[in-house]
Design a protein around this ligand. Structure first.
Ligand SMILES: NC(=O)c1ccc[n+]([C@@H]2O[C@H](COP(=O)([O-])OP(=O)(O)OC[C@H]3O[C@@H](n4cnc5c(N)ncnc54)[C@H](O)[C@@H]3O)[C@@H](O)[C@H]2O)c1
Length: 250
């Protein structure tokens, strides 16, 4: 796959750390022009660019909130103006606000829906007409095993991740004739800042349920995402690829 993405412009949401960062660096290492956004941590974002500076591709970043539609439209307009096209969109930005439904505040529900689900709508909506005119594109949405299994304390998060599957399958049907595929990559438990928040006792319980016997690595998600973006994956659309060490077999 060396230089596979030499002429491709890739946008990754939430690229400053964790899975998003691994996806940014993967595409840059394969020659792509990568643009990512992030919510707040300028230092972390700069470090991603620094880490990828010797790769054959390029990396640039913008701070913006994916749940803000006008901001998202402005962001994508800038990219279209500069590069003339967006070939690959990876909707990765996501947050958690975990608590049992009985205790969940309306704001905790809204925050997760707005970033994880409305963010996907916003980014897809902002690029889809251009991508259709281009007659080639790849949209890869990052779901979660929790969208299929459910999890106590995550009704908001699980609803967004299950929602992403329905969204992606519907969009896949709308745009298949234009050479665009839309797929979901659904990670299990991956070592990132997001899972660092999970209490040790719960982590031990989860680990016991993973047949492979370990948490996943962000690179293992990035590898699958980059494959789905290749020409070789052009017959895969509307699919959910679970990457979870056997925790859930869909
Ligand atoms: N880590 C896991 O085990 C795991 C498992 C399943 C699914 N996922 C999913 O993978 C994705 C990445 O997870 P992660 O663990 O790397 O998370 P993370 O918390 O380490 O990073 C999240 C990224 O999203 C960005 N972000 C957050 N809110 C944003 C907003 N409003 N606008 C723009 N960017 C925003 C952050 O700046 C950051 O770059 C998420 O969608 C998450 O739900 C993660």
């Amino acid at each position: 796959m060396f230089e596979e993405f030499k002429d491709k412009v890739v946008v990754v949401t939430g690229g400053s750390r964790g899975i998003g960062k691994a996806i940014v660096l993967k595409f840059a290492s394969l020659g792509a022009k990568v643009v990512f956004n992030y919510a707040s941590n300028d230092e972390a974002a700069k470090k991603v660019i620094e880490e990828g500076k010797d790769y054959s591709g390029t990396i640039e970043c913008f701070k913006l909130d994916v749940s803000n539609f006008p901001q998202v439209c402005e962001f994508f307009e800038k990219i279209f103006d500069k590069y003339g096209a967006i070939h690959i969109l990876v909707n990765n930005a996501g947050i958690t606000r975990d608590t049992l439904l009985a205790r969940m505040k309306e704001e905790e529900w809204d925050a997760v829906i707005n970033v994880n689900l409305k963010g996907v709508f916003n980014c897809c909506k902002a690029i889809i007409s251009n991508m259709m005119r281009q007659r080639w594109g790849r949209i890869i949405n990052i779901g979660s095993v929790i969208g299929s299994m459910g999890n106590a304390g995550q009704v908001n998060y699980a609803a967004t991740k299950a929602g992403i599957v329905g969204f992606s399958r519907s969009l896949a049907k709308e745009v298949a004739s234009r050479g665009i595929t839309v797929n979901v990559v659904a990670p299990g438990f991956i070592d990132t800042d997001m899972t660092a928040k999970v209490p040790e006792k719960i982590k031990d319980q989860i680990l016991k349920a993973i047949p492979v016997g370990r948490f996943g690595k962000a690179d293992e998600i990035a590898n699958a995402v980059s494959f789905l973006a290749t020409e070789s994956a052009s017959y895969i659309t509307g699919e959910v690829l679970h990457i979870n060490g056997g925790l859930y077999m869909g």
